[in-house]
Design a protein. Structure first.
Length: 120
C-alpha cells in the first residue's frame, strides 16, 4: 500500500526531473516534444521508474531514453542537490507511447462523430 509520503516523493521527483530535462543541453533530447508521464518510486525509495513519452512517437521516445540512461548519474546527482531525500533513488527510464495512443483514440472518436453528423 502506497503511503502519502511516497506519493509526495514521486510528485517531487517528477517535478524536478522535468526541470532538469529543460536545463539539459543534450541534442538527442527535443525539449518541447518530450515529457515525463509518471514516476513510480519503490516502497523503500531506493528505485525509481520514470516513464518518458514523445509527441514524435515511440522512436523519438526510445532515443530520449537512451540519452537519459547515459545522463542518469547527472540527473540523480541533481535530484540529490535539489531535494531533501535520505536516499536518492536509482533511476530507470522507460519509453511510453501513451501520447501517440491517446491521439489515435481521439482521431478515431472524431471520425465516428463526423460519420454520425453526416448520417443525421
Amino acid at each position: 500500500m502506497k503511503s502519502f509520503k511516497s506519493d509526495r516523493n514521486s510528485e517531487d521527483i517528477m517535478r524536478e526531473i522535468t526541470a532538469i530535462l529543460r536545463e539539459m543541453k543534450d541534442p538527442r533530447l527535443h525539449h518541447s516534444l518530450i515529457s515525463v508521464l509518471r514516476v513510480e518510486v519503490s516502497g523503500d525509495g531506493s528505485y525509481c521508474k520514470v516513464y518518458i513519452t514523445s509527441m514524435d512517437g515511440m522512436q523519438s521516445a526510445n532515443e530520449a531514453v537512451k540519452a537519459l540512461r547515459n545522463a542518469a548519474g547527472y540527473i540523480r546527482h541533481e535530484l540529490g542537490s535539489r531535494l531533501t531525500l535520505r536516499h536518492v533513488p536509482a533511476l530507470t527510464f522507460v519509453a511510453s507511447d501513451s501520447i501517440e495512443y491517446s491521439a489515435n483514440i481521439n482521431r478515431i472518436l472524431k471520425d465516428i462523430k463526423d460519420d454520425e453528423d453526416d448520417n443525421a
